[in-house]
Design a protein around this ligand. Structure first.
Ligand code: NAD
Length: 260
């Protein structure tokens, strides 16, 4: 599945999963906009792609800011010509039991994941509808779009919400040739997960090794983390799958942790 001639905007792509998706898209012919709060990281990721012969730009974008999202999407269209693929991926994790969860942290997490997905979707759909050439919107969900874990109330709620949003985009977007999907990874060893290991160990009163073996990877079929390559391969598949056959669907990528 090649993406020649397509332009992809990937949010939260200065690090982790988003960064790898941007690289794989560029390797497969897309021009890529790497949008992140961290502009230096976004520019560094873009220049790594350029060194390998790909086309990429870094864009500073806080996905919770209506202005920055609208301006950022307009800048991508100005510099790269269109937006054909959006990967709404920017995200954070905050763990706490519900009774101790500060409301400010609840709102921060919900805003980045849910409002960020809405704002980037709206800005990209406007461009896609106006251009009339369709497109693909891909949300980074999680196994937590389908399943719950202790300590993760806003994350689980937000990741479930993305499935609802994707289904609406699939219905509204169809007449414009726009498809929507959700990728639902298991644990991937990115900075987001590295940070959680000591936090969960403290909260659950167990060792960091036990957090990895007995909490994170307990139900996988092979005791393995999902990799950024596993997730990027799915993101390439959804971006390149041209018909409406799969629109509105979500795909769990978790080494068997969660099976539907
Ligand atoms: P990461 O911490 O490596 O990268 C997240 C990126 O998002 C960072 O570059 C950060 O600067 C950026 N970001 C944070 N807030 C932002 C904002 N307001 N605006 C723009 N950018 C912002 O994390 P990751 O593990 O690669 O996570 C990426 C996505 O994958 C998240 O949505 C996460 O929930 C999801 N996910 C991760 C895992 C996992 O195990 N790592 C599993 C399932 C789903």
């Amino acid at each position: 599945m090649r993406l020649d001639g397509k332009v992809a905007l990937v949010t939260g792509a200065a690090s982790g999963i988003g960064k790898r998706i941007a690289e794989v898209y560029a390797d497969n012919g897309a021009a890529v906009a790497i949008a992140d709060l961290n502009l230096d990281g976004a520019n560094a990721a873009a220049s790594e792609i350029a060194k390998k012969g790909g086309k990429a730009i870094g864009i500073r974008m806080d996905v919770t800011s209506e202005q920055e999202v609208d301006d950022g999407v307009a800048a991508v269209v100005r510099q790269l010509g269109s937006v054909d693929i959006l990967v709404s991926n920017a995200g954070i994790q905050i763990v706490n039991p519900i009774e101790k969860f500060p409301y400010a942290d609840w709102k921060k997490l919900m805003t980045i994941h849910v409002d960020g997905a809405f704002l980037t979707t709206r800005a990209c759909l406007r461009q896609m509808y106006a251009r009339g050439k369709g497109g693909a919107i891909i949300y980074m969900g999680s196994v937590h779009s389908k399943e719950a874990s202790k300590l993760k109330a806003p994350y689980v709620a937000a990741k479930h919400a993305l499935i609802g949003l994707a289904k609406v985009v699939a219905k509204e977007g169809a007449e414009h040739g726009v498809r929507a999907n959700v990728i639902c990874p298991g644990f991937v060893r990115t900075p987001l997960v590295e940070k959680q290991i000591p936090e969960q160990a403290k909260e659950l009163g167990i060792s960091e090794d036990d957090v990895v073996r007995k909490v994170m990877l307990k139900d996988t079929v092979d005791g393995e983390f999902t990799t950024v390559d596993d997730v990027a391969a799915c993101a390439l598949f959804f971006a390149g799958f041209e018909t409406n056959a799969l629109t509105g669907q979500s795909l769990v990528v978790s080494h068997g942790w969660f099976m539907q």
